[in-house]
Design a protein. Sequence first.
Length: 76
Amino acid sequence: MTTNQELPDETLSAMAIGWRRKALGGDLHARGIAHELETELRRRAGAPLTNYDTLDMRPLELRAARPRWWRFWRRH
């Protein structure tokens, strides 16, 4: 039996899609298999970690000076 590491990318992707469809259809065991295949695809692609700070398109000065949302409710 071949392992996930031996399969070509196209085959691995097609298998992952098929198992994910089965999982969405209610097959309880398909979720784990789909996850393993998708993990191998991400490992091969070298998917970078998302830096969520870069999604904020405001200038750095505006991002650093956020108003304190809780001060409105705090009594003095």
